[in-house]
Design a protein around this ligand. Structure first.
Ligand code: ADP
Ligand code: MG
Length: 226
């Protein structure tokens, strides 16, 4: 109990800090991006490459800031009833090109007429973070990501299963911890944000994984009616 209380207090402090830093840093980043783009248009081919890299890194920084902002504000605004089918068709559209690059396929198997309540862009962010992790873990061929949604005991249950790298128990335990990442260009913020969004929607998120075999994430939400 004691531990939990301390955890909640820490989270509150981190949230407030994150929100203010994110706001302050976002604007200068956007301005810098604009100038760099202008420079890029006017420069020689060899310089264009460097400017391209600089833009990429700026976008990475913006991504990190977005994650912190979402963590601070996981979606109390713009709440609506969302169709699981609609949301996942959109997510599939966004992530299919990335999956193809990694020689993987995303397959949806969604029970019709499932609805949940929340902020649609945060909902998408939560699942995009998870499915991206699956894509990044895929083997070099025949990668497969199965997204299933069904109704179970008055809950909407969403399962994301991949045949990727998988995780050892020590890694599993650390999921959602800020900065926990095994990737050279990882931030370790993706799942932290995902957990937070799911929690804000009164949902739960659990992982089941086996090193070398794959991973399955299970998300449960209260069911909403249309
Ligand atoms: P990042 O993707 O920036 O590393 P995340 O919070 O999204 O940060 O994920 C943290 C770590 O959890 C990843 O670096 C990876 O080691 C592990 N992980 C998450 N999802 C999966 C998955 N589906 N398969 C294998 N490892 C995973
Ligand atoms: Mg990630």
């Amino acid at each position: 109990f004691n531990n939990e209380l301390q955890h909640a207090e820490k989270m509150e402090i981190i949230s407030e800090l994150a929100a203010s830093v994110a706001h302050e840093v976002r604007n200068p980043l956007q301005v810098t991006r604009g100038f760099l783009q202008l420079l890029g248009e006017r420069s020689a081919v060899s310089e264009k490459a460097y400017i391209g890299m600089a833009l990429e890194e700026l976008d990475r920084a913006s991504g990190i800031i977005t994650d912190f902002l979402t963590f601070a504000k996981p979606g109390a605004e713009n709440i609506k009833i969302m169709s699981i089918d609609e949301e996942f068709r959109h997510i599939e559209g966004v992530l299919t090109p990335l999956a193809s690059i990694h020689h993987g396929q995303i397959a949806l198997d969604l029970e019709p007429d499932l609805y949940v309540k929340g902020n649609s862009s945060k909902f998408k962010q939560a699942f995009i973070n998870m499915i991206k992790n699956s894509i990044e873990a895929l083997p070099s061929e025949d990668g497969r990501i199965d997204v299933r949604a069904s109704r179970e005991n008055g809950q909407v249950v969403i399962r994301i299963r991949d045949n990727g790298l998988g995780m050892a128990p020590e890694e599993l335990k650390r999921l959602g911890e800020p900065y926990f990442s095994n990737k050279t260009k990882g931030t370790g913020l993706g799942l932290m944000v995902t957990f937070r969004i799911v929690e804000a929607m009164q949902g739960t998120l659990t992982f089941d994984s086996k090193k070398g075999a794959g991973t399955e994430a299970t998300v449960r939400f209260p069911e909403a009616s249309e």
